[in-house]
Design a protein around this ligand. Structure first.
Ligand code: PLP
Length: 372
């Protein structure tokens, strides 16, 4: 028998979340962001759930090739653009749209031999200070690009540093709007947080309608995690889980008060306990840093981890689950067989991180099935 651990990708959840994003930004086209192998889900596995998107955005050329290999003929956007000159050959061959965020990328385009001019997305650094032209250099970059025969259409792009937090998007929006006001071209600004938080609250005052138009770039919302947890949960945003990590109990220990559990003996039982040993550990992608008390579902009922996460196992408290034992279903995150949910965001918070990181870290050794 294979080791009893399994991840499931939920196509219905992907479709639901994509539709949810569309509701938030009804006038925009939607890039489904599938970088990092679709946030750990697998590009090939999510494709059927996301084929209703208007385009796919990612940053790895091999991943762009995989999207084309799946038969996708629509837009594909490279979010970081070309890394070296020969990347542009693949852009020409696969008809990829690409970000231009620095002068070196304009130089590459100028040196690129192509019969087919490229569609590019000129990126402004509106305060994140990672990629993009500073506002005062943006227009000269636009002018340089616009003069190149290798360039067809120029779209305008930025990425918010604080769409999920209290700073919000007003300042970068104002900068972007001022600099680009009279430039032609489509705009794309919003990730999941900006799309969900600012699209539905548009007022005359702020923010600008450009927050959502012409294209939005949701990633994490499509994968059913709240971009601004814990301020909002996935349920608050009407997002459904798209990845379940499930395992089974493979052993039970009945321990007396004073006994310890796991490496380092760092959990001490205060009273007699039943401990379930679960076939999932950090080598499966479950964060080792999760402390005692991290939520899990056993047979659909919420309980907690106890003791250290080890490579292949975790240990859970079966105190409230007298009928659970070897073979019982354990949900590390996602959806239980009978519908109970354990949001990935809650486990992530316990680990001091975000749902993104847990999804992306699902280990290759975990078998994955795709469910409708
Ligand atoms: C990853 C990424 C996104 C998607 O962000 P989410 O927070 O997952 O919605 C959007 N735009 C760019 C440029 C990105 O790199």
């Amino acid at each position: 028998m294979p080791r009893p651990i399994q991840a499931t990708i939920h196509l219905q959840g992907l479709r639901h979340n994509l539709a949810r994003v569309r509701r938030a930004a009804p006038d925009a086209r939607v890039w489904a962001v599938v970088k990092a192998n679709a946030y750990g889900h697998g590009i090939e596995r999510v494709f059927d759930g996301l084929r209703g998107a208007d385009g796919f955005a990612l940053l790895d050329l091999a991943e762009a090739q995989r999207v084309r290999d799946l038969g996708w003929r629509g837009p594909v956007l490279l979010l970081e653009g070309a890394f070296e000159l020969r990347d542009l050959e693949l852009c020409s061959r696969l008809d990829l749209w690409h970000t231009v965020h620095c002068d070196a990328q304009i130089d590459m385009l100028a040196a690129h031999k192509t019969n087919v001019p490229h569609r590019v997305f000129l990126k402004m650094n509106s305060g994140m200070n990672r990629l993009g032209f500073a506002p005062n250099q943006y227009r000269s970059a636009w002018t340089r690009l616009n003069a190149l025969p290798q360039v067809d259409e120029i779209s305008l792009m930025t990425h918010f540093s604080d769409a999920d937090g209290p700073k919000g998007v007003a300042d970068p929006m104002a900068v972007f709007a001022a600099v680009t006001r009279d430039l032609p071209g489509e705009r794309t600004l919003s990730n999941s947080a900006a799309t969900l938080r600012y699209a539905s609250t548009q007022t005359d005052a702020a923010p600008e309608p450009w927050v959502t138009s012409d294209w939005v770039r949701p990633g994490i919302a499509v994968y059913g995690s709240a971009p601004d947890f814990p301020e909002h949960s996935a349920a608050d945003w009407d997002l459904q889980p798209t990845m379940t990590l499930a395992a089974k109990i493979i052993a039970v220990q009945a321990i007396p008060a004073g006994a310890t559990v796991g490496y380092g003996s760092n959990f001490v039982a205060e009273h007699p306990m039943r401990i379930g040993v679960v076939a999932c550990g950090y080598a499966d992608g479950y964060p080792r840093i999760c402390p005692t008390g991290t939520p899990v579902l056993v047979d659909g009922v919420r309980t907690r981890t106890v003791g250290r996460v080890s490579m292949d196992m975790i240990t859970v408290d079966l105190g409230s689950l007298p009928y659970s034992g070897p073979g019982s279903e354990v949900i590390l995150w996602g959806r239980a067989a009978h519908g109970a949910l354990l949001p990935i965001d809650e486990v992530a918070r316990s680990a001091g991180t975000v749902g993104y990181e847990l999804m992306c870290a699902l280990a290759p050794r975990v078998p994955v099935e795709v469910a409708d």
